[in-house]
Unconditional design. Structure first.
Length: 287
């Protein structure tokens, strides 16, 4: 039988997972707060922090002393996955806002995010899960479905985070060429490529999604690093999205308020992205 301490830790983690699903994502909620409210997010993060603090010494895994116990690694990956699950609605909203504000540069600065602590927590949890995944890989054990699920979510988070860091002035030349988290993302794709050879459709689907998303973010990072390409891409996208058959209603380009937009659906949606506050997209997310 598994050690009782480990079973108790998993049971408590499952209870916290239930709270996150019910309250943060408003699936059968018991509290009247709004979906994805900051109170719900902070409450879930406190629960997770307290869960880790209360673990018995045999289950503790300090960041600088990662253990090779596969069961313990998987449990901590589940813990980090719940941090991602809690904070990713805000993280996704922040990424969409960055993209929109850089396309429509007249709408203001995209430096920094609202709810930056939550977006940082999401990215850091993803990084920790990539570290734990490397440990699991080193044990030469077969990957369980849960471990692949945690790895996939972490890799998607790091791929999307490249968008927000693409224009940072302090990114070194290597990261500017390959994009941030290049080694971590390559490792995740390699795992899914290997698993896709002998596994089910799940690793094959995950591999394809990660490869496509990497290609997309690679192009985005490149256009941010080369100003001429960036301006050409933005101008081309604006011309395409604002083209209208009605010549009596010229489409706006930049710097217009959300209320005055008269462009097509894609343009209006991008304008909405630029003005979200980070806590308004929970209903569009799949858990």
């Amino acid at each position: 039988m598994p050690p009782p301490a480990g079973l108790c830790a998993h049971i408590e983690l499952a209870r916290i997972s239930g709270y996150i699903v019910c309250e943060t994502y408003r699936i059968a909620p018991r509290c009247p707060r709004a979906a994805g409210s900051e109170e719900n997010i902070d409450a879930a993060l406190r629960m997770l922090h307290d869960w880790r603090a209360r673990l018995p010494p045999k289950l503790q895994m300090p960041a600088d002393q990662l253990a090779l116990d596969p069961a313990c690694c998987t449990m901590y990956m589940a813990y980090n996955q719940l941090i991602i699950l809690t904070t990713r609605p805000v993280f996704f909203a922040a990424i969409k806002r960055v993209v929109a504000q850089r396309v429509f540069s007249g709408l203001g600065s995209s430096d920094g995010h609202l709810h930056e602590a939550h977006t940082r927590a999401c990215t850091e949890a993803a990084q920790r899960n990539l570290e734990l995944a490397r440990l699991l890989q080193s044990t030469n054990r077969n990957w369980l479905q849960s471990g692949l699920h945690f790895l996939f979510n972490a890799a998607v988070t790091l791929l999307l985070s490249r968008i927000s860091s693409a224009c940072e002035n302090d990114v070194d030349s290597d990261r500017a060429t390959d994009g941030p988290y290049a080694a971590e993302i390559r490792f995740a794709i390699d795992v899914f490529e290997q698993e896709a050879k002998t596994g089910t459709n799940y690793p094959r689907d995950c591999c394809r999604v990660l490869q496509d998303l990497k290609a997309l973010t690679d192009r985005y990072v490149l256009t941010q690093r080369i100003p001429d390409l960036q301006h050409c891409a933005v101008d081309r996208n604006l011309n395409m999205s604002t083209a209208q058959p009605d010549t009596d209603s010229p489409a706006p380009l930049r710097g217009h308020s959300h209320g005055s937009v008269k462009g097509p659906t894609a343009y209006q949606e991008m304008m909405t992205w630029a003005q979200i506050d980070g806590l308004q997209l929970q209903d569009t997310l799949v858990i």
